[in-house]
Design a protein around this ligand. Structure first.
Ligand code: NAG
Ligand code: NAG
Length: 455
C-alpha cells in the first residue's frame, strides 16, 4: 500500500525521541488548556466516527505509530460557501494495507462568506487566520508539515466575476503558504457542480463502508440545493455508461481503483431556482413593473412577497378546483426536456440530502432529527394531500404544495419509480455527511499516488 505522509518521522533518532516526548507533553498540556477554554465557545466538535474506529488518545506518541499497528494522519478542508467559510479538521487512522477510518472531526464556521470581501481582499485574512488557528490547536505540532491544507469554494465564488474570484483565491493562497501546513499549488480552487457531487459520493460511500470492501454495492447520492441539484452513482450496467451523454460521466481514482461515475449537476433546478421558474419569474430580474407572479401551486387565497437572490417578488395563488393537477402540469412544463433519465437508478440504493430531507421532515414523512426511509411515491401522496388542503385553507408555509410537487416530479424525471426506497439522512455512522470529507480524502489519496507512481 501507499505510504502516508507521516512515515518519514518514524526514523526519529534516539536523541530526538526524548525531546519529541517533551514537545508532545507540552502540546498535550497546551491542548488540555485550550480544550477548557474552548468548552464555552460555539464549537461543533468531536464526532466519534465509523463503528469500530478507535479514538486515538490525545497523549501523543510520535507520528506514524506503526509499532501499535496503526498510523494517524490529518487533513484540513476549508469549505468556502456563499454564506460562510467553514473549516473541517479530519483525523484518520489506518492499519497497514487497509482503507483509513475517520477517527475525529472538528469544525468551525465563520460568517460572512469569502465573496463578501470581493472588493477588499485584505479583509478576508483575519477570518482565514482564525480558522487556521483552530487547526493548529487541534492538530499536534509534529503533524503540521505533513497535513494537507485545502480550500474549495462553491456557489458564492462561482457567481463572482472571474477576476474578483481569482484575487480572493490568490489572497487565501498567500495566507495558506505562510502557514506551517502542507500546501500544494492546487490548494485553493472553485469546485463545479460535478466535483461537489463526486466528493459527496465519496463521503457517503466512505462512511457506509463500500469503498473499503471491494465488491460491496456502492450507494448513490441525490442532493437538492437552492440553485442546483445533483445526482451521482456508480453504474454497474455497461449500457448506462454507453447511453449517457459525455458530460454526465466522471472518472474518479481512489485507492488504486478507477470509478466511472454517472454524475450531473443541474444548474437552475435547485429548489429555489425551480420555485422562481414555476412562478414564471426570471433569474436575476425583478418582475416587469412589479407585476405579481401568479401560480396554481400556491393557495388560491394566498398573496404575499418572496425574496430570492436579493430580489423581492410579489406572488399570489389563483382560483383553482384541482390545485395539485394544475400545479403538476405547470411543474412538468418547467422540467420538460431538462433531465436525463437513466433506467439504472432503479437498481441502486440512494441517499438523499438537503431539501429532500427538509421537505420530507416538514410534512412528517421522516423524523426531523433522525431522518429515515421513504418511497418516492410518498412525495406525491404528500403533495396531493397538502395541495388539496391548501385549496381551502392558507398554509403557514405557502410553498409546501409547490415544493412537494416539484420534488416528486423531479424524481420521476430521473427515472425513479414510485416504489423506490430512498434513505434520507444528515449523518451516517454519526458523521455529518458533507462533500468536505470526500474532497480531502480524495486529495490525500492523490498526494499518495503522486508519491508512489509505481502503484
Ligand atoms: C493496484 O492494483 C493493481 C492491479 O489492480 C495491483 O497489481 C497493484 O498491486 C495495486 N497496488 C497497490 C499499491 O495496491
Ligand atoms: C468540473 O471540474 C473538473 C476539474 O475539477 C473537470 O474535470 C470537469 O470536467 C468539470 N466538469 C464540468 C461539468 O464542468
Amino acid at each position: 500500500m501507499r505510504k502516508i505522509p507521516n512515515n518519514g518521522n518514524l526514523k526519529m533518532t534516539k536523541v530526538a525521541y526524548p525531546l519529541g516526548l517533551f514537545v508532545c507533553l507540552f502540546i498535550y498540556v497546551a491542548y488540555i488548556k485550550w480544550h477548557w477554554a474552548s468548552a464555552t465557545q460555539a464549537f461543533f466538535s468531536i464526532t466519534e466516527a465509523a463503528t469500530g474506529a478507535r479514538r486515538v488518545p490525545q497523549t501523543r506518541s510520535p507520528p506514524g505509530t506503526a509499532a501499535r499497528g496503526h498510523e494517524v494522519f490529518y487533513g484540513i478542508m476549508f469549505d468556502a460557501g456563499s454564506t460562510g467559510t467553514r473549516v473541517h479538521i479530519f483525523q484518520f487512522s489506518r492499519h497497514p494495507g487497509e482503507t483509513p477510518t475517520l477517527t475525529h472531526e472538528t469544525f468551525k464556521a465563520l460568517k460572512p462568506g469569502l465573496s463578501a470581501y470581493a472588493d477588499d481582499v485584505e479583509k478576508s485574512t483575519p477570518g482565514i487566520q482564525e480558522l487556521l488557528d483552530v487547526a493548529k490547536q487541534d492538530i499536534p505540532f509534529d503533524f503540521w508539515k505533513d497535513t494537507p491544507l485545502v480550500l474549495k469554494a462553491t456557489a458564492g465564488l462561482r457567481l463572482l466575476p472571474g477576476e474578483k474570484a481569482q484575487k480572493l483565491l490568490q489572497k487565501v493562497k498567500e495566507v495558506f503558504k505562510a502557514s506551517p501546513f502542507l500546501v500544494g499549488d492546487d490548494c485553493v480552487s472553485i469546485m463545479n457542480g460535478t466535483d461537489e457531487g463526486v466528493s459527496a459520493w465519496i463521503t457517503i460511500n466512505f462512511l457506509t463502508g463500500s469503498l473499503k470492501t471491494p465488491g460491496r454495492n456502492s450507494v448513490g447520492m441525490l442532493d437538492l440545493g437552492g440553485g442546483s441539484t445533483q445526482i451521482t452513482f456508480l453504474p454497474r450496467v455497461e449500457g448506462t455508461l454507453q447511453t449517457s451523454p459525455p458530460g454526465y460521466l466522471a472518472s474518479l481514482q481512489m485507492f488504486n481503483r478507477t470509478y466511472k461515475l454517472y454524475s450531473y449537476s443541474y444548474l437552475g433546478l435547485g429548489l429555489m431556482s425551480a420555485r422562481l421558474a414555476i412562478l414564471g419569474g426570471i433569474e436575476g430580474k425583478p418582475a416587469k413593473n412589479g407585476k405579481e407572479l401568479v401560480s396554481p401551486c400556491l393557495s388560491p387565497g394566498y398573496r404575499g412577497e418572496w425574496e430570492h437572490a436579493e430580489i423581492t417578488y410579489r406572488i399570489s395563488g389563483q382560483k383553482a378546483v384541482n390545485l395539485h393537477e394544475l400545479c403538476a402540469d405547470r411543474v412538468s412544463e418547467v422540467l420538460r426536456n431538462k433531465v436525463h433519465r437513466t433506467e439504472e437508478v432503479k437498481n441502486v440504493d440512494f441517499y438523499a440530502f438537503s431539501y429532500y430531507y427538509d421537505l420530507a421532515a416538514a410534512v412528517g414523512l421522516i423524523d426531523a432529527e433522525k431522518g429515515g426511509s421513504l418511497v418516492v411515491g410518498d412525495f406525491e401522496i404528500a403533495a396531493k394531500y397538502v395541495c388539496r388542503t391548501a385549496e381551502t385553507r392558507p398554509q403557514s408555509n405557502p410553498f409546501v404544495c409547490m415544493d412537494l410537487t416539484y420534488i416528486s416530479l423531479l424524481l420521476q424525471e430521473f427515472g425513479f419509480p414510485g416504489n423506490k426506497v430512498l434513505k434520507l439522512t444528515r449523518k451516517i455512522n454519526n458523521v455529518e455527511t458533507s462533500w468536505a470529507l470526500g474532497a480531502i480524502f480524495h486529495y490525500i489519496d492523490s498526494l499518495n499516488r503522486q508519491k508512489s507512481p509505481a502503484s
